[in-house]
Write a protein that binds this ligand. Structure first.
Ligand code: GLU
Length: 282
């Protein structure tokens, strides 16, 4: 079977130079391996995703000279797949309901996760207490579904993944996964029946992805992805985490920096070849 690569942007802003690097590396990887390039629209954050950003993704990629295989997978059309995966984890006794608010968790945080978000203190936490939890449950208040990390890790044992790029400290080759650094991660949000981690793992398997090429900022998330793959009996892709494009202050680009937006650069007369040069290709 030929290798399958994917570029998986979220339509919550316009693409910038960092996306261009990722998309171009995926396109080149697929071409060099005589494989296919898929496009996945990661639009589960429905409050922040907008149709005009999605349309702009197609337009900007085409302008860059990138072609992708159809159909495009849009995550918002596959909630049933994520629910089925959640049901499997639930049967294994690995999920539980979490009713706390963001600020309650912030106040009780047991440190920070690799993304810098407050670490949830675990299933047996006393943030709101048993009575209040029951009250919120009886009142039908929304809850997030979390993974019981200790139970999950006890079930899978130690895990590794194959890295052909590098992590933040240059780690490459066989990487030991460290999912516990994330604590009891959210698998389904209060407002969405999935989370980034769950959706990406389910989709990579559903689309037969063999090679995940993405920015180094997602290197730590791969530990959670490997864990979920093993729990759900899904195959492991190869991973290649690439360098990030930083702004003049050395900070990773964000969607709000118009100076590095592909549309702005195009409007100012840049060509696709200029973009390749700007991201250090050629
Ligand atoms: N949707 C994610 C982003 O735009 C990328 C997910 C992935 O490549 O695994 O940052």
């Amino acid at each position: 079977m030929p290798p399958v690569f994917r570029f998986a942007p979220s339509p919550n802003g316009y693409l910038h130079l960092g996306h261009a690097l990722s998309a171009l590396l995926n396109a080149e990887g697929a071409k060099a391996a005589a494989g296919r390039l898929l496009l996945r629209i990661e639009d589960i954050d429905e409050a922040r995703c907008r149709p005009e950003y999605k349309a702009a993704i197609y337009e900007d990629l085409t302008w860059l000279g990138i072609a992708w295989a159809r159909p495009v997978r849009r995550q918002s059309e596959h909630y049933g797949d994520y629910r089925a995966a959640l049901a499997r984890l639930d049967v294994m006794g690995l999920t539980y309901r979490s009713y706390e608010t963001r600020s309650e968790i912030g106040r009780a945080a047991a440190g920070y996760d690799p993304d810098g978000a407050p670490l949830y203190p675990g299933r047996l936490n006393t943030i709101i207490g048993a009575d209040e939890r029951r009250r919120r449950s009886d009142a039908g208040e929304p809850y997030a579904l979390r993974l019981d990390m200790a139970a999950a890790v006890a079930r899978t044992g130690a895990l590794t993944w194959e890295e052909t790029g590098a992590g933040p400290s240059g780690d490459t080759g066989s990487i030991a996964a460290e999912p516990t650094a994330w604590g009891d991660v959210i698998l389904a949000r209060k407002e969405t029946p999935t989370s980034y981690h769950l959706a990406v793992v389910v989709d990579d398997a559903a689309q037969g992805v063999t090679d995940v090429v993405r920015g180094r900022d997602l290197f730590p998330a791969t530990s959670v992805h490997r864990l979920l793959q093993v729990l759900l009996g899904l195959p492991a892709p190869r991973y290649h985490h690439h360098r990030l494009i930083l702004d003049a202050e050395g900070v990773k680009l964000s969607k709000s920096t118009s100076a590095t937006g592909l549309r702005e650069l195009r409007a100012r007369g840049a060509t696709a070849a200029d973009i390749r040069k700007a991201v250090g290709l050629d």
